[in-house]
Every structure is written in C-alpha cells, then in structure tokens.
Design a protein around this ligand. Structure first.
Ligand SMILES: Nc1ncnc2c1ncn2[C@@H]1O[C@H](COP(=O)(O)OP(=O)(O)OP(=O)(O)O)[C@@H](O)[C@H]1O
Ligand SMILES: [Mg+2]
Length: 285
C-alpha cells in the first residue's frame, strides 16, 4: 500500500508515518571518525597489478601498494571500472595478481584469513539448498556436532533466529540474507572481511542495520573491514581511513576526517561536493 505521499520537501520535513521516518533516519549522514591507535599490520599488497584479456591488454590494477592494520576499517571509493572488485578478489585470494604479491600474515608469520561478501545476497547462495546446507558447506571438514555449533554461533552473532536456517534463500528478506552471507563469512574465522557493495541492494533501514552489525563485529571481534561503496554516506559512516581508486591506481589514502575536510583528487572533490547538496545522488559517475 502507499501509506504516505507528498512533495519531497514536505516528506523530508514532516513525515507522518513511522515507516517513512525510519527510512529517512536510515539515510541520515553520520561521520564516525573514531581515533585509532596504530596496531599491527596484518595484510599488505606489494606492487600488485592485474590485467585481463588476450595478451593482457586491459589493465585493471597498476602497481598498487596498500597496508592494513588489525581491526581497522578501510573505505574504498572509485568510479565504475576503477578496479575495486578486482582488488577485492585478489585480496581475498580468489584471483592471483598478474604481478606483485599479497602478504596475508602478521609479523610473526601467523596467517591472516580474509573473507569476501558480495553485493547480491540472492545470487551468492544456491537457490535449491536450505541456508543450513549452504552454511554447512563452509565447515564441511568439521565433525557434524562441532559444525552445527559453529553455524548456530555465527547466526546468533549476526542477530538472526536459528529457524531461518531451515529456509531456502527465496523465503528470506534481502537484509536477512545479507546477514546470512556475513554469518557464512564468519565461519572461516576471518581477520579481514571485505564487503563489495554489500548494502547497495538494500533499503536505507536494512542498510543501516547491516552497517551497524559490521561495526559491532569490528568492535567486538577486532575484525578489520574493507568496505567498497559508491555511496560516500556509507563510507563516512563506517570508515577510519579512505582509499580512492582511479583507473587502477590508489590516488588517495588518508584518514576519513582529513579526506572529508580536504579531498585532493578531482574525483574525490566532486564526490564530496555532490554529497553536500541535499537530495543529490552522490555517486560522481
Ligand atoms: N573478468 C573480467 N574480464 C575482463 N575484464 C574484466 C574482468 N573483470 C573486470 N574487468 C575489467 O577490469 C576493470 C576493473 O573492473 P572492476 O570490476 O574491478 O571495477 P570496479 O571498480 O569494481 O567497478 P564497479 O564500481 O562497477 O563495480 C574494468 O575495466 C573491467 O571491465
Ligand atoms: Mg565492482
């Protein structure tokens, strides 16, 4: 049903329905900007580059060097095609870079586990399997009762009732399924979680809940996050640090507050200026 309608100006100023107010509240811009101490480096890329196609002519990443510390939240911005997803897949170990190396370990050699969650939760689960079976596949090496305990624990961590495990994906809401993908990622006990446009398919309320969940996991488990988004509001809400990708290169890599106060690259300046305009679609594409 249409529960409320009016001009954008009237609705934004004085929504009468609770659902409208909740949606508007979910879309409010908040800058997190917490102070961070320096912590150990747990992952770095040493001059990685990547190309696609026959004779590797399409260059997706050019000699990229980035360092991640334990428990930090890195926001990644950049135009479509700037190499963000290519970077995410390489960091997660799903693709091998054409040149350079990714070092996934602490100074003492302990490996850093990395997990990736994708944009579209419906297509990241097998539609014919119950969620219990999908999650089970991630812990198939464990004895049945241990695996079951791990799955229940992960599902509780993301704030879902265990009954949901008996459903197939089509019987869940987008937000629930995105939580399930996070639960599945947690099963491998990652130290770094990469979220590639993981909330862009959700409404503002569901999106804010997922972002709050990610921040909660970051704070309680010291889980480092790499959040890739076209939405500067999402990046401002979660990040400690911002990296801007442009044509396969990192053109900015700075603490969030510095970035927002004085964006340096033309693409960054455009994004920050656009998001300051009320009602704008701050994407910069
Ligand atoms: N599997 C592939 N085969 C060939 N070219 C690819 C492949 N994946 C990516 N590319 C190319 O590599 C470049 C970087 O793509 P990538 O998907 O990393 O960009 P992105 O920043 O994630 O973009 P978006 O914001 O649209 O998700 C683009 O030119 C793209 O066309
Ligand atoms: Mg992408």
């Amino acid at each position: 049903m249409i529960v409320e309608q009016g001009t954008p100006r009237d609705l934004f100023a004085s929504a009468r329905q609770e659902v409208t107010r909740a949606l508007l509240h979910g879309a409010e811009v908040t800058v997190r900007a917490r102070g961070r101490d320096h912590t150990p480096v747990i992952l770095n890329t040493e001059g990685i580059s990547h190309s696609f196609g026959r004779r590797r002519k399409r260059i997706a990443l050019r000699t990229m060097t980035l360092t991640f510390e334990e428990g930090e939240v890195l926001g990644v911005l950049g135009r479509s095609g700037s190499g963000k997803s290519t970077f995410a897949r390489i960091i997660a170990g799903l693709d091998t870079p054409s040149t350079g190396t990714v070092v996934r370990e602490w100074a003492d050699g302990t490996p850093t586990k990395v997990a990736l969650i994708a944009q579209e939760p419906y297509s990241s689960f097998d539609p014919t399997l119950t969620l219990r079976d999908s999650l089970g596949a991630a812990v198939s090496g464990l004895p049945a009762d241990t695996a079951d305990e791990r799955i229940r624990g992960a599902v509780a961590r993301v704030g879902l009732p265990p009954e949901l495990l008996d459903r197939i994906p089509a019987r869940c809401l987008g937000g629930q399924l995105q939580r399930m993908s996070i639960a599945r990622a947690l099963l491998v006990d990652p130290r770094v979680l990469i979220c590639d446009e993981s909330t862009s398919a959700l409404d503002s309320v569901a999106q804010r809940h997922i972002l709050d969940l990610l921040l909660h996991l970051n704070e309680t488990m010291d889980l480092a996050l790499i959040v890739i988004s076209h939405d500067l509001d999402v990046i401002s809400y979660v990040s400690d640090r911002v990296a801007v990708f442009h044509e396969g290169e990192v053109v900015e890599d700075r603490p969030l507050t510095e970035f927002l106060a004085a964006p340096a690259h033309p693409y960054s300046r455009r994004l920050v200026a656009l998001s300051a305009e009320p009602g704008s679609v701050a994407d910069g594409r």
